[in-house]
Design a protein around this ligand. Structure first.
Ligand SMILES: [Fe+2]
Length: 467
């Protein structure tokens, strides 16, 4: 193919002055495999498995625009632990876009908010008119498949040994229209339950993948939604899939005329879909306007109500036109699918938190512990504290190491349980993996693993026990 320079190619992003392309967010371009990492403290010898984490990491300096966390290529980082020793590997998720850009040595696709797609004269007929695939949000293992997750698209399958990209995966058709980056795995049935929003009708579907990897339910429309809405995460109970439909609306007409693809419509309020997992009728609950990126967990109560723990924002940062400072707090919603009643209660005094996680073995059931990452004080910008919320005792503990921290992960050991997180010290740009005792996390790490290269601040991860 003769490549012709595209006169419409967007201009390079001013990387040096972009908050999410510099400092602890600066992309990592090296790929390494390093064993026998230096460990400060004692790495518990009942830990045997790997922590994997995904995040936006553009392969080349971006063109057009770069909006965190929507843009970027995926990079998967892995810290493997066994016998008190640790090793590290990282790899790009190699989509066809990354592969072609590697051949050319520069970015070809622009940011998703630009509306630019490269023509056939630049990328060939197969990739002409495509947008960059973004399997950079999460990493999920189910039915023996390790998947780098996008949002509204199919994930990429990775080989577990080398983290090599194997190609797109649709889970026996359950993800044929795409998937949320946050499917939920029911630890009691082994099922993976997911939803997908779409820009065209049906705007919202849900699916189920059996523990054996077969599609138990192919994409099934959720009735009651008449336009495309952005929904990032979901909650799962034994009986329900719970979707909070906050009023962040895709406005295709505005996008065609140079406006924003996503618009915040606070006057529309929040609608909550309670979707029975047995295929029964969907119940909708109406409530106030707020925004949710992430859920901690949800469970059914004996009286038929459903408890949902999540982080509530006043609005989605970057998409709402308002001068009111945003605020994010840990909330508990009690939803009654029979009556449509809902109460929402703040369950921690702390504000400015995100990335809530529980012990994944307790998904769909009552949980005591939630960890979040947050600012040490409300006037600080950096996520530099791990917060440990005991929702039964109503108590918060905090650990503030003075580094930029990522999502906490619950790590079950053979004898004890731990919390883990990757942090990067802005002073020396060194990244470390911290292992904390789940009983006394505020005491600081039992062990700190020195990572051989800087791990950019990113998004979501998973602990995979050794097989
Ligand atoms: Fe997320």
């Amino acid at each position: 193919m003769t490549v012709i320079a595209d006169p419409h190619r967007p201009l390079p992003v001013d990387v040096a002055h972009h908050a999410h392309l510099t400092g602890v967010f600066a992309p990592q371009r090296e790929e390494v495999d390093v064993a026998d990492l230096e460990i400060v403290g004692d790495l518990p010898d009942d830990l045997n498995g790997s922590y994997l984490r995904n995040g936006p990491n553009p392969r080349f300096d971006p063109i057009g625009s770069f909006v965190f966390p929507l843009d970027g290529d995926g990079m998967v980082h892995r810290v493997s632990i066994a016998g008190g020793q640790a090793s590290y590997s990282n790899r790009f998720v190699r989509t066809p876009m990354v592969e072609l850009e590697e051949q050319r040595g520069e970015a070809i696709w622009s940011g998703v908010m630009d509306g630019y797609t490269p023509p056939a004269s630049v990328v060939g007929d197969t990739l002409a008119g495509t947008t960059r695939q973004l399997p950079d949000i999460n990493i999920v293992e189910h039915s023996g498949k390790l998947m780098a997750m996008a949002e509204g698209d199919k994930p990429y399958l990775l080989d577990r040994a080398q983290l090599k990209t194997l190609g797109q995966e649709d889970c026996d058709g359950a993800m044929r229209v795409g998937s949320t980056a946050h499917p939920k795995i029911d630890p009691h049935t082994g099922e993976m339950v997911l939803f997908n929003y779409s820009l065209e009708a049906p705007y919202l579907t849900w699916s189920v993948v059996g523990a054996d990897g077969s599609a138990r339910r192919t994409p099934t429309p959720v009735p009651g939604l008449d336009k495309p809405m952005m929904i990032h995460d979901m909650a799962l109970t034994e009986k329900y899939i719970v979707l909070f439909v906050n009023p962040l609306v895709f406005d295709l007409a505005a996008a065609m005329t140079g406006g924003s693809l996503l618009a915040w419509h606070p006057e529309e309020g929040t609608r909550i879909a309670m979707i029975p997992r047995d295929g029964g009728g969907v119940q909708w609950i109406d409530t106030d306007t707020f925004w949710v990126w992430h859920f901690a967990n949800a469970f059914d109560n004996p009286d038929g109500t459903v408890t949902v723990d999540y982080v509530e924002h006043l609005y989605p940062m970057g998409f709402a036109q308002t001068s009111v400072p945003n605020r994010s707090t840990l909330m508990r919603a009690l939803c009654n699918p029979s009556t449509g009643a809902i109460t929402r209660t703040q369950i921690s005094e702390r504000a400015g938190i995100e990335f809530p996680r529980v012990d994944d073995r307790l998904l769909t059931r009552d949980h005591r512990r939630i960890a979040t990452v947050g600012r040490a004080d409300e006037d600080h910008d950096v996520l530099e504290s791990l917060w440990f919320h005991d929702v039964h005792a109503g108590r918060d503990d905090v650990w503030t190491p003075g580094v930029a921290l990522g999502e906490p992960i619950y790590i079950p050991g053979e004898q004890h349980d731990y919390w883990g997180s990757i942090g990067t010290d802005p002073a020396d740009m060194k990244s470390r993996f911290y292992v904390l005792d789940v009983e006394n996390p505020a005491d600081g790490p039992l062990a700190t693993i020195e990572l051989p290269i800087r791990v950019p601040a990113g998004l979501h991860g998973a602990w995979l026990p050794a097989r």
